[in-house]
Design a protein around this ligand. Sequence first.
Ligand SMILES: [Zn+2]
Ligand SMILES: [Zn+2]
Length: 167
Amino acid sequence: MRSLSRSVPAPAHLGVDVLGVPAGSPVELDLRLESVVEGVLVSGTVTATMSGECVRCLDPVTAPLVVDLQELYAFPGARPGSEPDEDDDTEPLPEMNGDLIDLEPALRDAVVLALPLRPLCRDDCPGLCSECGARLEDEPGHVHDAVDPRWAALGGLAAEPEHDRST
Ligand SMILES: [Zn+2]
Ligand SMILES: [Zn+2]
């Protein structure tokens, strides 16, 4: 068993369009390489910084991203999926390239799965005004000619169904 700790620059397009790890930013790998019957089991954590946009206010969001990674790599030419069995449609394992393991596909998958679907700059981000797009955080109490709440209450009364007076 070997451990591997190093920092590598992030490959391009690590993530999805609106959110991801910027290309070239440091990605910390803290991995264990374990020899198993089928090949080498790589497991550990990957730490990086993701950046994107808040879905509510469109502010830039950066947050640490910690991803668990686990992937089994077959020794070259020793992949169990290559048995001459025509009914065998199991996915072939990714292959080790000499002593080098290409972690990028596994890293890509793990990062995409770990990204939040709706990134927020903070949990209670007030977002933008739905009328004019103003940032509500900058303008507390921002309102448009909304109906005075007292009149709104009266409006609610008027809208009550009339009482049945037939009795
Ligand atoms: Zn926000
Ligand atoms: Zn507004």
